[in-house]
Ligand binder design. Structure first.
Ligand SMILES: Nc1ncnc2c1ncn2[C@@H]1O[C@H](COP(=O)(O)OP(=O)(O)OP(=O)(O)O)[C@@H](O)[C@H]1O
Length: 371
């Protein structure tokens, strides 16, 4: 557990970067610091590994005041990941990952073996280990940055905008893989971002800071969306709060059997007729959904050109937001539901998902409560 108690940082020249900040980052959880530019996020993070010293206040890790610890020893227990990976440009990728263990006196062979293992763990082809950082994409550099921070197996990780230097698609992938990795490793993580969506997706706890380094609210993402403390937090959370809150609710909703046809075969072979609207769901032979088709002639084989794409997929025990989105984005208005292996389970209807939400809300609302 990392605890900040009344921490203030005033830089020489007068800038008050962090003002009387108190918060706790629980063990084995991801705590995200989020807020507008200049609100003191990076300064706060750097005070935890003593790259910046607070003007006043106390920071403790597992009950020990970090100012009573030797800075080198402190940093050995803290992995640090920054934007663009912060890699040494003149070292190979493997050498970058092995850097800290080598510094700590690890045998070269052990350090490099572990570097290759870590690269694989963060989803990199180990063959890329012999390249130099400039020969990697932005997303790959970020992965190497994470691998390097993990190399000495520190219990604590500090991450400063680790996924912000890449495009939105790669960013989503990195976030998903990071969550999977954290599920295995269970590090105590403090992460900085200016992106509230990233904070809500990754954070077990989210601390919203306002300019001047003042804590506006610290809560779980669900509570933050449901009850922002004030107008600043509400504005910072932005629009679509009600809809985004559905991203946390993995609840059962009705799933219906759907008529399907295998790609390359005529709709007529589907063993029934398409729904009255004419849309039929096309799958591959293993029942992975491929898209919807509304062929003019049921005797013609369905081809990839016939597919109307764009619908999102919902996971059967996933959040209600996914189910609602699948239904609303589907050309047939029937949302495609798959299992964890991506195989078709059936379809769902927006009206029925909404019924689940409403009946749940009725059950949760205290009696006499008004919206
Ligand atoms: N070394 C420094 N000397 C003087 N002022 C500094 C220094 N580092 C940061 N500051 C100031 O402290 C305030 C907080 O900066 P910080 O980098 O912590 O904010 P941030 O929330 O991480 O911002 P961003 O999202 O833009 O990275 C800013 O006003 C900044 O100008």
């Amino acid at each position: 557990m990392i605890e900040l108690e009344g921490v203030t940082k005033r830089f020489p020249g007068g800038a008050l970067a962090v003002d009387d900040l108190s918060l706790s980052a629980p063990e084995r959880a991801i705590t995200v610091l989020v807020g507008p530019s200049g609100c003191g996020k990076t300064t706060t993070l750097r005070m935890i590994n003593r790259m910046v010293d607070p003007t006043s206040g106390t920071i403790r890790i597992d009950g020990t005041d970090i100012h009573e610890m030797d800075p080198a020893q402190l940093r050995r227990g803290i992995g640090y990941v920054i934007q663009h990976g912060g890699l040494f440009p003149h070292h190979t990728v493997e050498r970058n990952v092995a850097a800290v263990p080598l510094l700590l006196g690890e045998k070269s062979r052990t350090a490099f073996d572990r570097a290759r293992e870590l690269l694989e763990r963060v989803g990199m082809d180990p063959a890329l280990g012999r390249r130099y950082p400039s020969q990697l994409s932005g997303g790959q550099q970020q992965r190497v940055g994470v691998a390097r921070a993990l190399a000495a197996d520190p219990p604590v990780m500090l991450m400063d905008e680790p996924f912000s230097a890449v495009d939105p698609v790669v960013r989503e992938q990195l976030q998903d893989e990071f969550l999977r990795l954290q599920g295995e490793l269970g590090k105590t993580i403090v992460m900085v971002t200016h992106d509230i969506d990233e904070a809500i997706k990754l954070g077990d706890h989210v601390a919203v800071l306002r300019t001047g380094g003042v804590l506006a609210q610290m809560a779980t993402p669900r509570d933050l969306l449901a009850s922002p403390a004030d107008g600043f937090v509400a504005d910072f959370l932005g629009k679509d709060r009600g809809y985004r809150a559905l991203g946390f609710d993995a609840e059962e909703y009705p799933v219906h059997e759907e008529l399907t046809v295998v790609i390359g075969t005529p709709v007529g072979t589907a063993g029934g007729s398409a729904d009255s609207d004419g849309w039929v769901l096309v799958t591959d032979e293993e029942r992975h959904p491929l898209g919807w088709a509304r062929p003019a002639d049921a005797e013609d084989a369905v081809t990839r050109e016939d597919l109307a794409l764009g619908g999102t997929l919902a996971t059967v025990d996933g959040p209600l937001r996914g189910a609602l989105d699948a239904a609303l984005s589907s050309p047939s208005r029937r949302g495609v539901v798959v299992d964890d292996d991506g195989l078709l389970v059936g379809t769902c209807l927006a009206t029925e998902v909404l019924e689940v939400i409403e009946s749940r809300d009725r059950q949760q609302a205290p009696s006499g409560a008004r919206p």
